[in-house]
Design a binder for this molecule. Sequence first.
Ligand SMILES: Nc1ncnc2c1ncn2[C@@H]1O[C@H](COP(=O)(O)OP(=O)(O)OP(=O)(O)O)[C@@H](O)[C@H]1O
Length: 287
Amino acid sequence: MANNTLEIQNLSKNFKDFSLNNLNLKIPRGVIMGLIGENGAGKSTTINCILNEIEKTDGKILIFGKDHIAAETEIKDKIGIVFDENHFPDIFTPKEIGKYMSGIYSNWEWSTYNKYLRQFELPENKNIKDFSKGMKVKLAFSVALSHRAEFLILDEATSGLDPIVRDDILDILIDFVQDENHSVLVSSHITSDLEKIADYITFLHKGKIVFSHMKDELIDNYGIISCGTSIFDTLDKSEIIAYRKEDYQYKVLVKDRKSATRKYPEAIIEPATLEEIMLFYVKGELQ
Ligand SMILES: Nc1ncnc2c1ncn2[C@@H]1O[C@H](COP(=O)(O)OP(=O)(O)OP(=O)(O)O)[C@@H](O)[C@H]1O
């Protein structure tokens, strides 16, 4: 059995005005990987390449240790997918979707599916065309979780859900990876959700990976220095990742908060959230 659920080597995808550039990424078994990045950074393109929904230009993608195209049918049987827009045919009911999926997935479990329909309060005999956006997403989660998938791929899947259902989904994901053979790749703009559940964070920016780190390392080590010009001028520039100049002060993102605290005792240094880290990389002045 392969150690990594997903392994991406030198992935490139060229569109006319955008390129995914030489991506390398590994998702070990038992891990939740959060994928963050601004609109248009390439998150969906990466996921669509993984799922072979679009043809990659170059590189290699292995899922469960197998080539994602050569073993596509076998691989997809073990993947649960939820996108922000889920296109179940409108004329069907959840019950009919279940019948359809039971013919698609070799390990379809009616009992699990019905359990999720009840948990998410989805009426099994109502037409999907009369579902709200959130109900459609909940239906997609019910399907994704009901065929003994080993790998969940969620592309901006929770953004249309209310905070209570989102919290339920986060619990379900944490529970899912209690089985050490299971993994999750989840792209989201709700970075606070990823702070709660992700083991690793990969940050995509303009089609390139800026970093792929353990989340705890990011949260424990990164810091933001708030200081005036006099302290800013004394900072070791090689330690600065990016900075932003505000009205009366500088905000400076550094990788090693503890070292900065020792070196600049007179500066205010606080931990950085994922959202702040992203903002600094995208909008700050880079060193
Ligand atoms: N089929 C396509 N043809 C041409 N360009 C495309 C195609 N699909 C995506 N792109 C471009 O690729 C870039 C990355 O888009 P992508 O959807 O991967 O970003 P994203 O990180 O998922 O963004 P968002 O957070 O807004 O969903 C964008 O510039 C987009 O216009």
